[in-house]
Ligand binder design. Structure first.
Ligand code: ADP
Ligand code: MG
Length: 320
């Protein structure tokens, strides 16, 4: 269904000052994976690990530096205009993190929901009306809300509108970029439940981006852990969360499930910050308590550890 092959997206940034040195940010750095029909794959990692860039390359919003994305065997990068709309936009839709910025505040819910449909072709007023009523019901909203503006709705309702909009063209794949991160915890649970129901009802394929491993456990079967543009661990969700192998995954999990919620959440201080300056060898080595000389030369290729489980750490046996 979705196949990502050796995908890279590099940004060149200029440092401070007139002659500031150019800095190369490898936002996505040689990533490969595939997702089969009806599967839900989660991509997790701290902010800045390249998750959003990666999924924006999948639907062609961003042009990759190199590598390929295939949807149903079709190369995304080659498609433009009408062909793009038919072969990509109809199959893949996206839901963003913050509905207050992703939904146009000047449009009514009705117009927001039908926008992707109208981009695909014409439809009569009454057909559109039926479609909107049907979609709003599917996402658990009162069809009456179609005449409201996003500013009149709660965060949870807005995110349901964004989901209805995404579903309007009957896509096969949803790319969900932190879709519940901006919501209150109780609302989060409801939206996650809705996403689960919709997936099973319509046999949707999800790529679900999150920095929250607790959320991911409820919505995905497989997990990809990203660190500075690289996939560092792949496996079934439960296994990866319960028995992480890569030191970075361990760090993510330790910092997430703290026994006392009043304790400082993120990053144990011994680990330090991610360093974008590290471009050779294992990118995690500056923070890793297990790093050795060889890590400076390791290209971070994934190593098969067991069925379905891969990790990019030459020290995985010592670490786990
Ligand atoms: P995540 O979604 O995991 O937080 P992003 O994909 O947003 O990560 O960003 C990955 C890296 O790429 C970050 O270092 C970010 O600053 C950089 N980046 C993202 N988009 C751009 C851009 N348009 N121009 C320059 N750098 C970018
Ligand atoms: Mg992001």
């Amino acid at each position: 269904m979705v196949e990502v092959r050796n995908l890279k997206k590099h940004f060149v940034l200029r440092g401070r000052g007139l002659w500031g040195k150019k800095i190369l940010v490898k936002a996505v750095d040689d990533v490969s994976f595939s997702v089969s029909e009806g599967q839900s794959v989660a991509i997790v990692g701290e902010s800045g690990s390249g998750k959003s860039t990666l999924i924006r390359c999948i639907n062609g919003l961003i042009k990759p530096t190199s590598g390929e994305v295939y949807l149903d065997g079709q190369r995304v990068a080659r498609l433009k205009g009408k062909e793009y709309r038919e072969k990509v936009a109809r199959k893949v839709q996206m839901v963003f993190q913050d509905p207050t910025t992703s939904l146009n505040p000047r449009l009514k819910v009705f117009d927001i929901v039908v926008e992707p449909v109208l981009a695909q072709g014409k439809m009569s007023k009454s057909q559109l009306k039926d479609l909107v009523n049907d979609l709003l019901e599917k996402v658990g909203l009162d069809p009456e809300l179609s005449s409201r503006y996003p500013g009149e709705l709660s965060g949870g309702q807005c995110q349901r509108v964004a989901i209805a909009r995404a579903l309007s063209v009957n896509p096969k794949i949803l790319l969900l970029d932190e879709p519940t991160s901006s919501l209150d915890v109780s609302v989060q649970a409801q939206v996650l439940q809705l996403l689960n129901e919709l997936r099973h009802k319509f046999n949707l394929t999800y790529i679900f981006v999150s920095h929250d491993l607790g959320v991911v456990r409820n919505v995905s079967e497989m997990i990809l852990v990203m660190y500075l543009g690289k996939i560092v661990e792949v496996g079934p969700v439960e296994r990866v969360i319960d028995e992480p192998i890569h030191p970075y995954t361990k760090l993510l999990i330790d910092s997430m499930f703290v026994p006392d919620p009043n304790l400082e959440m993120r990053k144990p201080s011994t680990f330090g910050e991610p360093s974008t300056a590290v471009n050779e060898g294992c990118k995690f080595r500056s923070r890793c308590p297990f790093s050795i000389k060889e890590c400076e030369f390791y290209d971070m290729n994934l190593i098969k550890v067991s069925e379905n489980r891969f990790v990019s750490c030459i020290r995985w046996k010592e670490v786990s």
